[in-house]
Design a protein. Structure first.
Length: 255
């Protein structure tokens, strides 16, 4: 059973690294293996739902606009965005379902995390290149969805992969951030539904650390997400490449 201190620490790690392009899954693997912190499936599921709450709150206006346009079927820009979210979610689902055993095994290896962090750093570094101008179309939506699917690998950041893919192919930075996190919603709902099948019943004594973890992840995650948006818009997203490379090389050399 996870303790209050472990729940608090893991929630802070999740809240920060879920949004910053440094891989939340990679950091959770590091903390769990090096410090012996192990969270059960239910706690992990609740942390993911906590991060979902943050996205729903921060992007609430965009979500409402997209949903209205989708149900009206008005062929507006918001309707197109809804279509791109659906299109982008397909490769994510295919990759996640087809390679779930490989991804599950990857959570046991710090070496995999190390190599994956180097890849994340490379992707993030590409956003420092001179910007191109291009609209978000179905081809780019598919590409971003593929990158999101690959980010199931611990060490490859979901935000880093999707935002980098969008910016590197010419999508406006503000639109890249919005699409990345709107695309996150069906992905995390699908992952939560998959995890829910394996969740065992939890006694009331276990709910204290879970509640603490959720509240902590929501508060920390909100400020981390706002920081990320500011850094992307101000063209400072690539700064995180150095952190990913240093941590990745350290893991490969030491472990």
């Amino acid at each position: 059973m996870i303790t209050y201190l472990e729940a608090f620490i893991l929630a802070i790690v999740q809240g920060i690294t879920e949004w910053l392009p440094v891989s939340s899954s990679g950091h959770l693997v590091i903390f769990q293996q090096l410090y012996g912190m192990s969270a059960d499936i239910f706690f992990d599921l609740m942390l993911h739902l906590a991060t979902l709450i943050v996205v729903l709150f921060v992007f609430r206006k965009d979500i409402v606009a997209v949903l209205k346009a989708f149900f009206k079927w008005d062929r507006s820009e918001e309707w197109k965005l809804a279509m791109f979210i659906i299109i982008g979610s397909i490769p994510t689902f295919i990759i996640g379902y087809s390679f779930k055993e490989f991804f599950t095994a990857s959570f046991e290896s710090l070496t995999v995390v190390g190599f994956a962090l180097l890849i994340t750093g490379l992707m993030v570094a590409f956003t420092a290149l001179p910007p191109r101008k291009a609209k978000l179309g179905w081809k780019r939506a598919v590409l971003i969805g593929i990158f999101q699917g690959l980010a199931i690998t611990p060490g490859i950041s979901r935000s880093g992969a999707t935002i980098s893919a969008a910016i590197s192919t010419g999508v406006d930075r503000a639109k890249a951030v919005r699409f990345s996190f709107l695309l996150f919603i069906p992905a995390i709902l699908g992952a939560a539904a998959f995890q829910a099948k394996d969740v065992a019943s939890v006694g009331i004594a276990d709910l204290g650390p879970v509640i603490l973890g959720m509240v902590t992840a929501i508060i920390v995650g909100y400020f981390a997400l706002k920081l990320l948006i500011r850094l992307v818009i101000n063209r400072k997203f690539h700064w995180f490449a150095i952190y990913c490379w240093v941590l990745g090389i350290t893991l490969l050399l030491v472990f």
